[in-house]
Design a protein around this ligand. Structure first.
Ligand code: SF4
Length: 288
């Protein structure tokens, strides 16, 4: 049981971090830079989905792969997928691959995006079709969404392709899909887009990347050791105490505290002394 006074101190520190942090200035260092290149919300969704699911490993490397895939749609991403002809397009994917994902995986990903466009018009329509207001968080909707995508794919996914589409139903933290959902569902604030208004931001679950895990442990937002869906739920629940309607409001700033190096892997008195989270942070007592 956390005392209301402790929650208030934590909330103030996190709010200060968000105010201090010019989030828009850091978009270029974040995968969300990719969907921000587009104007049409349907294309923002698709580019965002592709960028998010491939957002593993080094930023410059996965961005290069996403750029190659998106460059195939020279005359507009939405029109390209609406008119996607698998036999015609397959040879154009030659030479495009990224780490765990083969050329076939990336081709299948675009076939899947085309299937969504042809059957549902938008990713948002498909996702929101599966939303049930009584679900405690976004997990069950995300599981239904992933199941619908796998069904639409129509073939048994390769191991690499399965890596792109994990499901909360299997306990995975689903970091990259939760990142995509934050982009689509959180209110428009110059970073996130706020397109899917049917779904309350309070239902989102934090994208559990290495920076969020480490800093959340320093801030004692979680006592769990395994980076799974349950840990993501626990950290989100702690943030929900600070902002019940929009707990992921803190995600971008916390994550970029790590990405920018302002909170280095090895905490030092010099970096901690100027950090606005110092009062609520206990790096020496992290549970790792
Ligand atoms: S106080 Fe130090 S360890 Fe804690 S978040 Fe800030 S820089 Fe990182």
């Amino acid at each position: 049981m956390i005392l209301p006074k402790v929650i208030e101190i934590r909330r103030r520190a996190l709010d200060l971090l968000c105010r201090q942090h010019a989030a828009k200035d850091r978009i270029s260092d974040d995968p969300i830079e990719i969907p921000h290149r587009y104007k049409d919300p349907r294309e923002i969704e698709i580019a965002g989905f592709i960028a998010a699911v491939l957002a593993y490993g080094r930023v410059d490397l996965f961005k290069a792969c996403v750029d190659q895939v998106l460059a195939l749609a020279k005359d507009g991403l939405y029109a390209y997928l609406k008119d996607f002809d698998a036999a015609r397009e397959r040879p154009r994917f030659q030479g495009i691959y990224y780490r765990f994902n083969t050329t076939q995986d990336l081709f299948d990903l675009m076939c899947l995006m085309s299937g969504v466009v042809k059957k549902y018009q938008t990713i948002g329509t498909l996702f929101q079709n599966g939303y049930e207001a009584h679900d405690p968080d976004i997990g069950p909707t995300l599981s239904r969404f992933v199941a619908a995508l796998r069904e639409l794919l129509g073939t048994k996914p390769s191991r690499g392709f399965s890596y792109l589409l994990p499901s909360p139903a299997s306990g995975s933290a689903c970091k990259r899909l939760n990142l995509f959902l934050r982009w689509m569902i959180r209110p428009e604030d110059g970073v996130d887009f706020g397109f899917w208004k049917e779904i309350p931001p309070a239902k989102l679950i934090i994208p559990l990347d290495t920076h969020i895990i480490r800093i959340s442990q320093y801030l004692q937002l979680t006592s769990r050791k395994t980076p799974d869906w349950k840990m993501a739920q626990e950290i989100t629940a702690a943030l929900r105490q600070c902002d019940p309607m929009d707990p992921l409001r803190y995600d971008f700033s916390l994550c970029h505290l790590g990405i920018s190096g302002a909170c280095p892997l090895k905490a030092s008195p010099e970096t901690c002394r100027i950090c606005v989270l110092q009062q609520i942070c206990f790096p020496g007592q992290a549970f790792l």
